[in-house]
Write a protein that binds this ligand. Sequence first.
Ligand code: PLP
Length: 411
Amino acid sequence: MAHCNEKYLNLQSACLFDEINEKQNAYKESHPDADIISLDIEDGTQPLAPSAAEAMKKAVDEMSRGGTFPGCGPEQGYLFLREAIAKNDFQSRGCDISPDEIFVSDGEKYDIGNMQEIFAESDIAAITDPVYSPYVDSNVLAGRGGKFINGAYSKLEYLPCYEECDFKANLPQHDPMIIYLCSPNNPTGTALNKSNLTMWVKYAKQTGAVIFFDAAYEAFITEPNIPHSIYEIEGAKDVAIEFRSYSETAGLTGLRCGYCVVPKELMLETKKDDKVSANELWKCHQRAKFKGCSYIVQRGAEASYTEEGKKQIQAALAAYRENAKIIMDACEESGLNAYGGINSPYIWAAVPEGMTSWEFFDFLLDKAQVICSPGSGLGLCGEGFIRLTSFNTPELTKAAAERMKKALKEL
Ligand code: PLP
């Protein structure tokens, strides 16, 4: 009999979502008429931007005609999209990023999960706590996890993000070579400012570490002092890889499109003390494992950079921002300390005194029929918090906020 890869048996994060589903299903069984509202949605729910839909219809027509059928595209992504990305997402902000440093994929999760494969298994990975779980899982599968003891993997370096430090991590202690930073952050909603990011870039330059900068929620930034890209920081091209998604902007959630930037300046060390280009290694990775994001979807993503597309995306973002405000206001009125929601679709709320994250989850399910994500399932430092998201419809978000306020009044 073939043998299983034991590293898969070491994964823990699926437990949170399984447990939420189990509790929700059990509640539905005992309360068949319950009208549950989910405020734990992680994906965009606004419909596809009309300009993206139009561009994709046109692309289907092109593919349906002989002579214009584009066939299999380049693994790295079509040049038309990579040029639009370089110009609109980076050069317009003064970042010197060129199309050959951009790799288009079928969603950011693929890139952020796989990028660690071009690094040595012996390199330590650092993650913030609480955390977006794919950072942890992909490293556990790569053998960088170690034993799971008391809620933490022994070989990962956890960077605690406490309320007292605005949920921003301090510098690591164990010389990690891979550092995951997510800004605006999922789950805490915190956004790193220029001086925070400058500190991380300086640290990475000093130690030789590489920053994996997850900017999936960059479009949600509203405050002027928050960089949209890590490459707005001097020297970041030597030390950082950036990841972006179209899921919550152009509404491409289910259609799948994202990209990463691997700068040409970024070098990794070989065992023989030589240097090798990370950009070249990622090209090899993609050649070996990926065959490109579909032409149709890439045309949809390209449409998000037209004037019309930009306006439509802003309209979708405005709806999410309004939802975030409704949730923040409900928390404030109910006396819960809540964070995020300004540069981010995520609201991180402290639970009432004396309760754990799961106890508050149970309370909200039972008394308000609202589902949240218990913070303790997103990391040890998440205990005492819940995550609420602005991705439901405005009507259901308002209804959930009213129910929460009523339930908390009676607590
Ligand atoms: N990064 C973060 C922090 C996310 O929250 C998500 C989506 O939930 C992703 C990446 C994945 O993005 P995509 O839909 O492009 O795979």
